[in-house]
Design a protein around this ligand. Structure first.
Ligand code: ADP
Ligand code: MG
Length: 253
């Protein structure tokens, strides 16, 4: 919004695993409409932050606010219903289902039906609507022509794009992408950049965890850099990557 109100705020967020301080007092504001980068060396706490925001883990302490209200904690379902969707660093597709069915299953959160209902039991009008929604999402990720292929038969890159379409099926206000380019060949990385831009143009705020600094520079307005579960730098990508602490953290890897 014009007043610059943040969509998501992390307030002194902590998540410890025994003695491991995976997330150790993070305070971050994500502006509405931004593509906000989250970077840092391996083990710096990026995935743990996402796991806490998305409800997979409960925080040890601190708060997560969405539009100023506390986001439910410890429930993937309730967080998704509040308008926050995520992808996983490892793929979570149904290999034996088609690309179209994979998206339709994800739509069940919207249509409030159990899986068999989505695939077989929806009323004719609802089924048409679900199918049309799913096809539109496949079109957005460039997979409209492979709608009837089984997920396991798609290329690895296409599977990663399909995961984005599945997350979008929940009609989120905030989409969190955890290393979506991991393992992608260069042409697929370029296509993924285009997909992320299209998603952003739909008005969806994005948190992007990404290793490739050129991808971050191309897409993100703001970047938060983590090391040891703490923020070590924040700002525009081109400033942040010259920050001495950031250079040091990456060299020390
Ligand atoms: P990143 O995504 O930045 O590579 P992670 O958030 O995965 O980092 O991990 C941060 C730290 O927390 C690491 O030391 C990791 O081993 C630890 N960690 C993450 N998840 C767990 C868990 N479920 N149990 C124990 N330790 C964990
Ligand atoms: Mg990670």
């Amino acid at each position: 919004p014009a007043d610059g109100a943040p969509l998501l705020v992390l307030e002194d967020l902590k998540r410890h695993f025994g003695g491991v301080k995976a997330v150790d007092g993070l305070s971050v504001s994500v502006q509405s409409g931004a593509i906000h980068g989250l970077i840092g060396p391996n083990g710096s706490g990026k995935s743990t932050v996402v796991n806490v925001i998305s409800g997979l883990y409960t925080p040890s302490s601190g708060r997560v606010l969405l539009r100023g209200s506390a986001l439910p904690t410890g429930s993937l379902f309730r967080v998704a219903r509040a308008g926050v969707a995520r992808t996983f660093q490892n793929l979570q597709l149904f290999g034996e289902l088609t690309a179209l069915e994979n998206v339709m299953v994800a739509l069940k959160g919207v249509y409030r039906s159990p899986l068999p209902m989505v695939l077989f039991g929806l009323g004719r009008a609802e089924e048409r609507r679900a199918r049309a929604d799913a096809l539109a999402l496949l079109n957005l990720i460039g997979l409209r022509g492979q709608a009837l292929n089984k997920a396991k038969d798609l290329t690895y890159g296409a599977q990663r794009f399909l995961e984005i379409a599945r997350a979008l099926a929940r009609k989120p206000d905030l989409l969190i992408l955890d290393e979506p380019a991991a393992g992608l060949a260069h042409p697929d990385v370029l296509q993924q950049i285009e997909i992320i831009k299209r998603v952003h143009q739909r008005g969806i705020t994005i948190i992007l965890i990404e290793h490739h600094m050129d991808v971050v520079s191309e897409l993100c307005s703001t970047v938060t850099v983590l090391d040891g579960g703490k923020v070590i730098a924040e700002g525009a990508p081109d400033e942040v990557k010259r920050h001495p602490k950031v250079v040091e953290a990456y060299l020390g890897q």
